[in-house]
Design a protein around this ligand. Structure first.
Ligand code: DGL
Length: 227
């Protein structure tokens, strides 16, 4: 038994969706959550900046004695995992692979949308990961970083016209694509899931990338004897 905490890292409140899922799945584990609110948003930054912030956050959590690390952030997962590998000698994982696997599992019509920050979208990492799980899947990916500051500020109310307009603009590129699954590739976006779900309608399944990752962390701890 290893009683050290699991470190969870995001630029802000988005990572709490992963924390919630981890607590439900692994109630016996302690969690240390780092929200880098001094530097949020990450999704509008250069890859170099994101790598530097990823390594710095990982070092902070490692310095506090965590045994494993979850980058509960699509932007870090798409850009900064290499930097984390070079910064700390503990097992870690990001949210892209679990979310991609889940999307490939649930999509019936093999048309999947991905909504992420711009910094994630430009890497193409999520579409690549989805296609690795289903070569027959057509992926439609768009950056929607404008939603991050709203979610971070707790502005998730359907009645807020600015929120509705921002969500509307973010979903517009998916019109006519026929997607039956949308990956929320930024962990801030599940905070807006009720509005996003409402606007897309019942036929579209939303994938919460942070929540999808909890099972992977459990497996990682088992494989490395760190439970
Ligand atoms: N929660 C993050 C993500 O999943 C970062 C959002 C941001 O800081 O721009 O991408």
């Amino acid at each position: 038994m290893d009683t050290r905490a699991i470190g969870v890292f995001d630029s802000g409140v988005g990572g709490l969706s992963a924390v919630r899922a981890l607590r439900a799945l692994l109630p016996g584990e302690d969690i240390l959550f780092l929200a880098d609110t001094a530097n949020v948003p990450y999704g509008t930054r250069s890859r170099e900046d994101i790598c530097a912030l990823s390594a710095a956050g990982a070092r902070i959590l490692y310095g506090r004695g965590v045994k494993a690390l979850l980058a509960a952030c699509g932007t870090i997962s798409a850009n900064g995992l290499g930097a984390i590998a070079g910064a700390v000698p503990i097992p870690f994982c990001g949210v892209i692979e679990p979310a991609a696997a889940e999307a490939a599992r649930v999509s019936r019509n093999r048309r999947v949308g991905v909504l992420s920050t711009e910094a994630t979208a430009r890497t193409g990492a999520i579409p690549r990961a989805i296609r690795a799980h289903g070569a027959d899947i057509e992926v439609f990916a768009h950056g929607a970083g404008a939603l991050v500051p709203l979610a971070e500020a707790g502005r998730t109310d359907y009645a807020d016209p600015e929120v509705r307009a921002a969500v509307d603009a973010s979903l517009a590129p998916f019109a006519g694509t026929g997607i039956d699954t949308l990956v929320l590739g930024c962990t801030h976006f599940p905070l807006l899931a009720p509005i996003i779900g409402d606007m897309l309608g019942e036929g579209v399944t939303l994938i919460d990338s942070g929540a999808a990752t909890a099972g992977y962390i459990r497996e990682l701890l088992r494989q490395t004897g760190l439970e």
